[in-house]
Ligand binder design. Structure first.
Ligand SMILES: *[C@@H]1O[C@H](CO)[C@@H](O)[C@H](O)[C@H]1NC(C)=O
Ligand SMILES: *[C@@H]1O[C@H](CO)[C@@H](O)[C@H](O)[C@H]1NC(C)=O
Ligand SMILES: *[C@@H]1O[C@H](CO)[C@@H](O)[C@H](O)[C@H]1NC(C)=O
Length: 475
């Protein structure tokens, strides 16, 4: 009888493997519940599965017996988690000795094998040999990087961001950046010729768009876990440029969501996209404001884009009009904002500076390395603190940002460190109120490689219309 049961069980086990594998992708309450051995409960002897009248094949979440003040399982799936099996499961259902349950120590507490805890981005499991076995992922908020940067003399300081804590470096690169490197054709796009002699032109040692154009430079937004910096940097630069160019008659904060959800041709939404595609859309279709079409940070599925809820149609003379109401039902201003074609600047530092000073913030592509995520203040330069670590700790991905100004910081030895002031899209709580400073003139992280300027499409009519709207509201 026993032999017979054993062979049936072994066969069922094989069957159970594959179906359990399939079911495993759906996480149930059972998967998430605490193992039975919490609090030092060890298997009291007795018959459980036997008294129940037998064991169940495969996964069967109702194949349980009361056990102390909880339940235990008699289905073959319980074997996967060890700790939710009934005490007589091994003997009665499988005809073997129960596995040795090791214990692990942590903070003076005892844990049993199968129990887990989270250490930053890694899950640690108490193994059957009584040792904690932890995943070996590189974490985004890496304690070693933070410590080494702050102890070293790198010219910038690192911090631990709770909103990024617990993510792996891979996830940071996958979800927090999101600009594809422009294709070779786009990279070879002609640079505009500037009427300037970069050597002779005198430029101030410090320039800050926010000070020159108060109320027209938009605050950094937060892309959350959506790799759409392509949409955020484009919308931000266009917003600033339209505000400056219209002399403050319009100061729209343009909607990244409008681009993410509607500019979907050859674009990846929250899985990354191209800035040339974003500019094409802004020029040919236009977008509404952030207030009209608010950003919806994806919580569950980071790559989800959402249905496009704003379209426009031509009303002649190159202008367009929204064909839908604002997705935000409290907002009635569904004006469409457009740009002219973007233009490429040279990688010459002085030319970039002149462009910012004359026309406003520019868009730039940059390579984000592992240590950038913990940037807190100062003048960023990619450091060597991870150079001795294995390759999975040294990664980078392409991002796009908005450069809004520049400056210089004097060192004690009399030399000076030149920097760009740039806005990121990781919220105002990151870096210097959402901004960062980065070394200027050395193409740090390739930030001077591909720089873009643009004009808003603004007519005299726009200026009057918006001016009146503005006035009316205040009367
Ligand atoms: C499940 O049971 C089989 C057969 O007894 C055993 O070899 C395997 O190690 C068990 N798996 C776990 C996770 O305990
Ligand atoms: C970083 O922040 C997280 C959550 O905010 C915290 O649990 C962790 O201990 C912090 N790490 C360091 C090194 O401060
Ligand atoms: C730029 O100007 C704003 C507004 O005055 C200020 O808050 C910010 O600190 C300045 N940035 C730098 C890097 O000086």
């Amino acid at each position: 009888m026993k032999l017979f049961l054993l062979s049936v069980a072994a066969m069922l086990l094989v069957l159970a493997e594959s179906s359990a594998e399939r079911i495993l992708s759906r996480r149930t309450k059972r998967d998430l519940s605490n193992p039975l051995h919490v609090g030092g409960i060890r298997d009291p002897h007795g018959s459980y599965c036997e008294r129940r009248g037998g064991c169940c094949p495969g996964r069967d979440d109702i194949c349980t017996v009361p056990y102390l003040d909880t339940i235990c399982y008699c289905d073959l799936f319980c074997n996967r988690t060890i700790s939710d099996c009934c005490p007589d499961f091994w003997g009665h259902c499988l005809g073997i000795q129960p596995p040795f349950i090791g214990t692990c120590e942590r903070n003076g507490n005892t844990f049993f094998s199968g129990q887990t805890y989270r250490e930053n981005c890694n899950l640690c499991t108490c193994g059957t040999t009584g040792r904690w076995e932890c995943d070996q992922n590189a974490c985004l908020m890496d304690q070693d990087i933070i410590y080494s940067v702050n102890r070293g003399n790198y010219g910038w300081k690192a911090g631990n961001y709770s909103q990024l804590y617990g993510m792996t470096l891979d996830e940071g690169i996958r979800f927090r950046l999101g600009t594809q490197r422009p294709s070779r054709t786009i990279m070879n796009m002609n640079e505009i010729q500037m009427n300037m002699d970069p050597e002779a032109e005198r430029l101030p040692s410090y320039f800050n768009s926010t000070e020159k154009w108060p109320g027209k430079i938009h605050e950094p937004l937060d892309q959350g876990n959506c790799a759409a910096s392509w949409a955020f940097s484009t919308a931000a630069v266009a917003s600033d440029r339209i505000s400056i160019q219209s002399m403050g008659h319009m100061t729209p904060q343009l909607s990244p969501q409008n681009l993410i959800s509607c500019d979907t041709r050859n674009q990846g939404g929250c899985a990354g996209g191209r800035i040339d595609g974003a500019w094409w859309y802004l020029r040919r279709r236009g977008v509404v404001t952030e207030d009209c079409y608010p950003y919806q940070s994806p919580l569950e599925a980071p790559a989800e884009v959402g249905r496009c809820m704003m379209q426009s149609r031509s009303v002649g003379r190159g202008k367009r009009q929204a064909t839908q109401r604002c997705p935000n039902t409290h907002n009635y201003h569904n004006d469409i904002y457009q740009s002219t074609p973007p233009y490429r600047l040279s990688s010459n530092e002085k030319e970039i500076m002149k462009e910012i000073m004359d026309n406003g913030p520019v868009q730039a592509i940059m390579e984000v390395h592992e240590d950038f995520f913990v940037y807190k203040s100062g003048i960023y330069k990619h450091t060597d603190v991870s150079f001795t670590k294995p390759p999975q700790y040294r990664k980078h991905g392409t991002h796009s940002i908005r450069i809004t100004g520049w400056g210089e910081e004097r060192n004690y030895d009399g030399s000076s460190k030149k920097y760009w002031i740039a806005a990121n899209s990781w919220g105002k709580n990151w870096g210097e109120n959402g901004f960062f400073r980065i070394a200027r003139g050395d193409n740090e992280c390739e930030i001077e490689t591909f720089v873009i300027g643009v004009w808003g499409r603004i007519t005299m009519e726009d200026m009057h219309k918006h001016h009146h709207q503005h006035r009316r509201r205040h009367i």
